[in-house]
Structure formats: structure tokens, C-alpha cells
Design a protein around this ligand. Structure first.
Ligand code: PA5
Length: 458
């Protein structure tokens, strides 16, 4: 379902990966014994095998209810961890056009023009709202919810609240309070699962179920990944931990002496370095199908919020090929090498389309006829990977079999556990996000200052 390789890097298993075994064992024990920092947020670890089946059935019943009411569009309102999993999951399994017309997303920004575009898309359609917020007071979704709740009231004045689903905390928070008083159908975000790890909770599952995705299969895929990665700490066999170590080596660990020193000193892995290698400051997630652009966004949040702390971590960024080869190809090949690449490659597309014959053949491409578009994608992927490596960029690859539900669940769990491992290797708490609060405090202070100023001026 998923394979990881670092063939296009200078990493050598015995020299650069296996020496981390002891550190990995320690971090692994923190995950399974729940003794590491942030262990209150390890609810995702066993979720694929102990999830609440009644909650899943309630979600499926609500989806059926909406379908019976002929609801055509689900408007999901949420931001960050409260929308990235469902949006990326739907694009992955159903194709990205699905989230352009059948499951729409808002509450992700403060742009009036975006609100207007969503309104236009809803015009003349029957729609419902899934508002997703653990706290219920996050600015962007809270403002969007006010707006679209009022609009829904106008277009659906009868039983409006039957068309509103709230996904929020079990007991507390503004949205929970409102749901209780309005009688919305609610689904729970477990207390021990943070936003970016919540794809396998109603946060990710409800919108995906509305999109017709088999959410049980998503859970099955995650359970398979759990079987594979949770109880095996061996760096010879556990791809999630091999990936964590490879990226730790390249970008995350703090070099303990001059990075260009070629010789390993002693057995301390912190003193090992690649000949001519250096620290990398960015990890570029490269995908090769537009259906996975949102997957990169999801990975970026998971990696960024989990690991960028105490001045550590790397900047997770992304590119989609072949599109970006025509804008960033030069940078990737010959630019300053501050980054390594992690390709997320899918072997099998949902559709196969054959390249057609052209009588005039003015573009000279008739030699490709009868091949599939995906054949050219594979050949290009291999050529680009080799070129970037020869240009000095390490390229790691995560190979996925296909874009099915099971693979999605497997992939998500792989990323959850590799991220937890990365955090503990880096000696940060992978499950908090204290930095996110800093701008919010300033923003609210600024609101008060500017609005008071305006009052005085009026
Ligand atoms: O991952 C996270 O914790 C964040 O991205 C939150 O999901 C995001 O800020 C939204 O918060 P809330 O669900 O409380 O509205």
C-alpha cells in the first residue's frame, strides 16, 4: 500500500539510518507507553481499532437523511486541522473537482470575495452546513458560520437547524453550547486528538461520508498501517521510522559539529554526517497529480505545527509537478540547495487516457501514441527525480499504490506516526502549537485598538 525509499539520496542505511536505532527505540517507547511530552494527545494511536461504531453509524444516518432531503451541496466551515483532512481526503479519493462543487469549504480566510464566490455556487441549490470547530471561537469559521447560518435561514426557513451539523468538543466551547440550545446534530472531536491528527474522527470522516467515500475502508486502511508501524521499532523494517530518521538526518537534527566534516566520529549518530552534506532548511513535498495538491497542504500543517518549535524544525513547503517544473524547474535544478524533496507518488490513477494520433504530427509527438498519459507521467517522474538528484538535491519517495480509501487511511496513519517519531527525535512536543496563539493575541488586541480608534473618528 505504501513504500518509502531514499534511493536518490546519498544516505546509506548502515551509516546514516541504523545508528539512530537507540534513539528511535526510546521515542517509540514514548509513543506506545504514552510517556512523552504531549502524551494526552495520543488518541489517534489506537483510534483505527477502537473507534466508536455507533458514532460512525450516526454519521452515515445523517448523510442519508441529508440525501433524502435532496441536499446537493455540503458547505464545510472550518480552518486548519478542522478542514485540511476532509478536503485533502475527498480530493484524494474522489478527485479535486468534487470539492469545487459538491462539498464546498469556507471559513478558511477573511475574504469577502471568497464568501461571495461560495454564495454564488450555492445559489439555486439545496445545501447544508457542517461547521467544524473544537473551540467554536476561531475567528474565520465563526464569522463564516454567522454569515451562512443566516443565509440558510433565508433559503431554508423551515426546519433550518436540521440542515446544520456541528462537529465540536463533547462538552465545552461556544459551538457546543450553541448546538445544545439550537438542537443541531453534533458529532464529537475527541479530547485526546489535536486538530491536525483528527482526520479519522468526524472532522475528516463526516464530509468524506457525504462525498460518498467509504469511511469504514479509510479506517481499515489506517488499522493496517497501525499493525505495520506501531509495534515494530526496527529501522530495518519500519518505513515510517526510516523516513523520520532520514528527514531528521537531513533537516531536523541540530548538527553538533561542522556539517562539512566528512568522517564519522565515534558511534554517536549526532556526529555522523554525509560527505559534503549540509543541513537543509526546507522539505519540499512534491506531488504529481492535482488530486494531491491538498494532500501537500495537509502534510505541511502536520509537519509544520508539530515540529517547528524552539527554533527547530524545517519549513515544509510543496510543489506539484509537472505544472511547477515550468515555473520552479530552474530553481529545483540549479538554485541554492537549501532543500530536500519528498515525493508523494501514486502508482495507479483512477482513469487511464490514451494519447491520440495526430495526422499532421507538427509537434512531433506521434511516437507517444497508444501510450497513456500516466505512462508519460511515470517516465517524467523518473527523469526529474534523477535530474534533481544529479543537481545535488536529495530526493526521497513515498510510493502509494493508488488513490483508494484504504490507501488514504494507511497514508494518514503513516504520517501521524512518522511525525510523532520526528518530534520525539527532535526533542519537541509534537502535539502542541503554542506559536499559533501569538499572532491571535496581537490580532485581537489590534481589532480593539483600531475599532476604538474608528469610534473616536466617527
Ligand atoms: O491543528 C490545530 O489544532 C489547528 O489548526 C485548529 O484545528 C484550527 O486552529 C481550528 O481550531 P478550532 O477547531 O478550535 O476552530
Amino acid at each position: 500500500m505504501l513504500k518509502f525509499d531514499f534511493a536518490h539520496t546519498k544516505l546509506k542505511e548502515r551509516r546514516h539510518i541504523l545508528p539512530f536505532q537507540l534513539q528511535v527505540n526510546r521515542a517509540h517507547s514514548k509513543i506506545i507507553n504514552r510517556t512523552g511530552e504531549g502524551s494526552d494527545f495520543l488518541g489517534w494511536v489506537d483510534l483505527p481499532v477502537n473507534y466508536d461504531k455507533t458514532e460512525i453509524n450516526r454519521m452515515l444516518d445523517k448523510v442519508n437523511d441529508l440525501k433524502q432531503k435532496q441536499v446537493e451541496i455540503l458547505l464545510v466551515i472550518g480552518i486548519g486541522g478542522s478542514f485540511l483532512s476532509s478536503k485533502s481526503g475527498i480530493d484524494f479519493v474522489k478527485g479535486y473537482s468534487y470539492t469545487e462543487d459538491k462539498v464546498l469549504f469556507t471559513g478558511t480566510d477573511l475574504s469577502s470575495d471568497h464568501i461571495k464566490i461560495v454564495e454564488e455556487k450555492l445559489k439555486g441549490k439545496k445545501w447544508a452546513i457542517a461547521v467544524i470547530s473544537k473551540s467554536g471561537i476561531t475567528l474565520e469559521p465563526a464569522l463564516a458560520f454567522r454569515h451562512f447560518k443566516n443565509l440558510l435561514q433565508q433559503v431554508q426557513p423551515e426546519n433550518t437547524n436540521e440542515y446544520i451539523i456541528a462537529i465540536t468538543d463533547a462538552e465545552k466551547g461556544a459551538l457546543k453550547e450553541l448546538s445544545n440550545s439550537e438542537g443541531y446534530t453534533t458529532f464529537t472531536i475527541p479530547n485526546d486528538i489535536g486538530g491536525r491528527f483528527s482526520g479519522l474522527t468526524p472532522v475528516g470522516l463526516f464530509p468524506m461520508a457525504f462525498a460518498g467515500i467509504d469511511i469504514i475502508k479509510v479506517m481499515d486502511g489506517a488499522a493496517k498501517a497501525r499493525d505495520k508501524y506501531l509495534n515494530d521499532s526496527s529501522l530495518k523494517t519500519n518505513d515510517a521510522f526510516r523516513y523520520a530518521v532520514a528527514r531528521h538526518f537531513y533537516g531536523l537534527k541540530r548538527w553538533s559539529y561542522h556539517p562539512d566534516r566528512a568522517t564519522p566520529s565515534g558511534n554517536n549518530p549526532m556526529h555522523w554526517t554525509l560527505k559534503g552534506s549540509k543541513k537543509y532548511y526546507e522539505e519540499v513535498f512534491v506531488t504529481w497529480t492535482p488530486d494531491l495538491i491538498q494532500t501537500s497542504e495537509w502534510v505541511k500543517q502536520l509537519i509544520g505545527e508539530s515540529l517547528s518549535k524552539k527554533g527547530r524544525g524545517i519549513l515544509p513547503t510543496s510543489a506539484t509537478f509537472t505544472r511547477d517544473l515550468h515555473s520552479l524547474g530552474q530553481t529545483f535544478q540549479e538554485g541554492y540547495k537549501s532543500f530536500f524533496e519528498t515525493v508523494i507518488w501514486v502508482e495507479k490513477e483512477r482513469n487511464e487516457i490514451t494519447i491520440t494520433d495526430d495526422l499532421k504530427n507538427i509537434d512531433g509527438l506521434n511516437y507517444l501514441i497508444k501510450n497513456k498519459f500516466s505512462d508519460t507521467n511515470i517516465m517524467t517522474y523518473k527523469a526529474v527525480t534523477a535530474s534533481h538528484f544529479s543537481g545535488g538535491t536529495p530526493v526521497m519517495t513515498i510510493l502509494l499504490d493508488d488513490k483508494t480509501e484504504e490507501t488514504l487511511g494507511y497514508f494518514w496513519y503513516f504520517f501521524f506516526i512518522t511525525t510523532a517519531m520526528s518530534g520525539y527525535l527532535l526533542k519537541v512536543n509534537p502535539f502542541d502549537q503554542p506559536g499559533v496563539e501569538v499572532y491571535k493575541k496581537k490580532m485581537f488586541k489590534n481589532f480593539k485598538r483600531e475599532l476604538n480608534g474608528n469610534e473616536k473618528n466617527n
